[in-house]
Design a protein around this ligand. Structure first.
Ligand SMILES: [Zn+2]
Length: 462
């Protein structure tokens, strides 16, 4: 019996190292991984990967597409443009978030969001459940159990955004963490001290874009990380901190882990490679995100933490706005949309600024972009190049660079934080369950939305 696809002779990530391998795919699944052979069995398609790197498909554990901002208003990437950007950048799975209001049922939110996404995605996908308005829910722990049963065992809570009803107090966090421990679920926390940030925002509102770093100094993040890690330790629950921006936060996650707490941390390319100098000039406001990009020192400390395994996941927090949407702020930080496009540049930015720059090994990059998010987020068919798993790959030419240009990216926006940078690691081919879905930065079948919803199993806390 022949194969659907053979990826021939690439330097392939398997078994925790890189070796020259032929990878055989049948029915969307990896059928075999073998040392290179002279003669290949019959296959419908052969990708000659000699001289190329074959990575598992990237998992973006934190993305926002078509995020509702208000009545009829959304972020500029919908599921089609966002997932097109993702696959053209090497990402074959993304995790977005449900969008129900505070106090509403997460499982119901999951069904609604699934309806929005289904048939509109080029990559496989799942959702973290927002867990907001804990006190307003009749049976919040029961709601968590229902979501776990529906294949969404990860929950997002906030220690900020009180005015929008998103902020969880310590009692709600404590209760949710205890429920998660019982259910084998995972609470993901946006850790920033909301009340202090609200106060500082009013204090510095007249300072233009400088109000952003001034209103969210590093201690507003580290305070929340330390507090929530202590709550998680006492609850005997794992906890996952999203989008860590400060070197001090990574140090706290490391200390918590050393003390036996099952704390996990995620950071994003913008916190590893961009810093406050971006706020200068007329485009400074385009770089607004929460938490803010910080200093070169923070960049360096976060790379070190990733390299040492003290942070486990690298994801995008993709939240795309157009220039027009950002420009509508009129100089008032309180009206500035927060978020950056990043879905298409995740692998390339990480490969260029991390591996090429000597900050982390290629093996580590595969851990934080593929293996760790697969384990932690309960994606049991993803993240590794192993027989029986989904045939998802990002195949890159390590010697090829591209000058980043938003005009050539699939995002629905008109700027890129990486504009003009020479980036390595954009995939030559992206393969989703055995099908080449993107080649050289373009979709191979723009009319085919091949992405599927993934029912996830319980998180495997590393
Ligand atoms: Zn986010």
């Amino acid at each position: 019996m022949g194969f659907d696809l053979v990826i021939r002779g690439g330097k392939t990530a398997c078994g925790g190292k890189f070796s020259l391998r032929d990878v055989f795919v049948r029915d969307g699944v990896i059928a075999a991984v073998r040392p290179p052979a002279k003669a290949l069995p019959p296959a419908r398609r052969v990708i000659d990967a000699r001289g190329l790197l074959v990575l598992p498909g990237i998992i973006d554990a934190h993305a926002h597409f078509r995020l509702k901002l208000g009545p009829g208003r959304y972020t500029s990437d919908d599921f089609a443009s966002g997932s097109a950007a993702a696959v053209c950048g090497g990402t074959t799975t993304f995790l977005d978030y449900t969008g129900q209001g505070p106090g509403e049922s997460p499982a119901k939110g999951l069904r609604a969001r699934l309806k929005e996404a289904e048939g509109r995605c080029y990559a496989d996908f799942s959702f973290h459940c927002m867990l907001t308005g804990w006190e307003k829910m009749k049976d919040p722990a029961g709601e968590m159990a229902a979501a776990v049963k529906a294949g969404a065992p990860t929950f997002k809570m906030f220690t900020a955004y009180g005015a929008r009803g998103l902020m969880a107090g310590d009692a709600a966090l404590d209760a949710a963490l205890k429920a998660a421990a019982r259910l084998g679920a995972l609470v993901c926390v946006h850790a920033e001290n909301g009340p202090v940030i609200d106060l500082l925002t009013e204090t510095y509102a007249g300072r233009g874009i400088q109000a952003l770093p001034l209103s969210r100094p590093p201690f507003t993040e580290t305070e929340a990380v330390g507090r929530v890690a202590a709550l998680a330790a006492s609850a005997g629950a794992p906890v996952y901190f999203v989008h860590l921006s400060a070197g001090g936060s990574a140090a706290l996650v490391a200390a918590a882990r050393k003390a036996g707490c099952k704390a996990l941390g995620e950071t994003c390319p913008q916190y590893l490679s961009l810093y406050e100098s971006r706020f200068k000039g007329k485009d400074g406001h385009l770089y607004s995100c929460c938490p803010p990009i910080r200093t070169k020192k923070d960049n360096a400390e976060l790379w070190k933490s990733l390299g040492r395994g003290q942070l486990q996941v690298l994801a995008t927090d993709n939240c795309t706005f157009t220039r027009a949407q950002k420009d509508a702020w009129g100089g008032d930080i309180r009206k500035l949309p927060m978020g950056l496009p990043g879905a298409q540049t995740l692998l390339a930015a990480a490969y260029t600024h991390g591996v090429k720059a000597g900050k982390v090994s290629l093996k580590k990059l595969v851990q934080v972009l593929c293996e760790n998010p697969a384990r932690i987020m309960g994606l049991s068919t993803k993240g590794f190049i192993k027989p029986g798993l989904d045939a998802d790959f990002a195949i890159i030419d390590p010697s090829a660079s591209v000058k980043a240009d938003w005009r050539k990216l699939q995002h629905n926006t008109d700027f890129s934080p990486w504009q003009g940078q020479k980036l390595y690691g954009f995939p030559k081919y992206t393969v989703l369950r055995g099908t080449v879905v993107a080649e050289g930065g373009e979709l191979t079948a723009p009319k085919t939305f091949g992405g599927r919803f993934l029912r996830r199993s319980k998180p495997n806390i590393i």
